[in-house]
Design a protein around this ligand. Structure first.
Ligand code: CUA
Length: 179
């Protein structure tokens, strides 16, 4: 092998390596942008022993609030063995931010029929953003084994048309009879 052959061989392998890196980058960027698959970028901590006493996770602050820009923020506590509140009204077709934390053990939840799926870890606030495009009801079970009452732990998400929401600003009437 002369020097030129060695150089060509190295160049070919260099191109193979560059191609592999390019393919991996396309998969990472594509799954992140196209399928919203990426590691959590939002780490927020909270003291699980005092969260119920004051601040955004005190009992009076839980539930759905409409923000000045028309989007909604939902605050929940996941605790053995219930989500508080048990019925969650959300406006149809508007951005909804769900913020959840746990005072006891690890829980998790999925909102059936949507892309909402997260764990709830004591000491951290889990935040999920979504838009519910169709009116209707979704079951929201706990999907992280948390003790004997795990299978009884669930809430209901009610997606309410915007027109109905106007007469019932925080969606309270739609959740008057829990379950
Ligand atoms: Cu909470 Cu399972």
């Amino acid at each position: 092998m002369n020097e030129q052959d060695i150089l060509n061989t190295e160049l070919r392998w260099g191109m193979v390596a560059a191609l592999a890196v390019a393919v991996i980058m396309v998969v990472i960027v594509g799954s992140s942008l196209g399928m919203a698959i990426h590691p959590p970028s939002h780490v927020e901590t909270i003291d699980p022993t005092t969260l119920a006493q004051s601040g955004e996770f005190a009992e009076r602050s839980l539930g759905t609030r409409i923000n000045p820009d028309g989007s909604a923020t939902v605050r929940l506590i996941a605790t053995q063995f219930a989500f508080v509140p048990r019925c969650i009204p959300v406006p149809q077709g508007r951005p909804v931010t769900i913020r959840v934390t746990s005072p006891d053990v690890i829980h998790g939840f999925i909102i059936a029929g949507t892309n909402v799926n997260t764990m709830v870890v004591p000491g951290y606030v889990s935040e999920v953003r979504t838009v519910f495009s169709k009116a209707g009801e979704h079951l929201m079970p706990c999907h992280e084994y948390c003790g004997l009452g795990h299978s009884e732990m669930w809430s209901v998400v009610r997606v309410i048309p915007q027109s109905d929401w106007k007469n019932d600003p925080n969606g309270r009437a739609s959740c008057e009879i829990p379950r």
